[in-house]
Design a protein around this ligand. Sequence first.
Ligand code: MN
Length: 407
Amino acid sequence: MGFTFIHAADLHIDSPLAGLSLKDKAVAERFARAGRRAVESLIAATIDSNAAFLIVAGDVFDGDWKDVTTGLFFVRAIGALHREGIPTFVVKGNHDAESVMSRDLPYPDTVRVFPSRTAATFTLESHRVALHGRSFPHRLTADFVETYPARREGWLNIGVLHTSLDGTRGHQGYAPCSVEDLKRFGYDYWALGHVHASEIVCRDPWIVYPGNLQGRSVREAGAKGAMRVTVEDGRIVNVTPIALDGARWAQVPVDVTGVESENDVVTRIAAGLAGAHAEGEGRPLAARVTLTGATSLHNRLVARRELLQDDVRASGFRIADDCWVEQLKVKTSPPCSPGPLPSAESLDVESLLAEAAGDPRFAEILSELIETIRAKLPRDLHDDLDQSETLRALADDGRALRAGELS
Ligand SMILES: [Mn+2]
């Protein structure tokens, strides 16, 4: 006898897309509904797949609700599963840990939330499935997975766990454990959550991150969704990602090596955008376009970046009215090493820049400035500000700007 189940995690319902609202309010409003649309798609996909059950491996919510509509939205969404008789199994993660949430709402009895004090097992007799899981009591949690119970012989054993694993995926301290630790339990499938990039960590046993349901910044680019898992004769035979996101983020690299007119640059970008929009299958798109390659236009591109960004945004809107260029980055280089600057004899910009870049006092001032700016930025933009990268980019931009203005 075969059946299917759906494994999702990190819904982060009503998490703001702050990175966008800073740049364009109208576009941000279009994206604002994306997270909820993704949850509705998850519910629809679960029903359409005729799934035996749904697993949500933590971080249903992004944090304590601003108001009750966030909680009501989720209760309403899973109400549809309840009416279909499809059970939902949920653990709470670090973002919606017991001590983080000041209130909750009653769920239908087909929704089983794992306790936080210790791990527990819920069974689904009809499918001979035993699910073992534990909710986060607090934001940070150690000595956690050790409390998971032994496998049940003759059943399909699934561990539901919110974890950063060994921390090599960029987080630490969230129910830390190793792949070897998980293997020792002898479960068939580990339904993980927390890491937002989808990853099949291991196939024997299956250890799987579905990734988050909806990308929230350009760092979470590409298709987002859940895993559809197929079970036959008590064995997992297939694990397939399904795209459920309500809007798409894309990184669009455009190589302009040897390109000599700005028009050709815009044409190439438009082609890249059209490709990314098509991949999104009609979803609203926010694309970061990054120009690379050696070109004689380098200085001009750097000097006119903002104007070019406007042109590129306009060409995005020719593709679709929700095809939005989030940012244009210019990371091109001049065709050969920059020679002496034209008519800048009176001011040796090159050596000034080199001097500044090597001056510890300048580095200190820059570092203070960066910290001041960082403190005012939403958290998802913090990585955009790296000191050594900023210093290098400032020197490069200064050089190119000056040359671009003079040429
Ligand atoms: Mn998490």
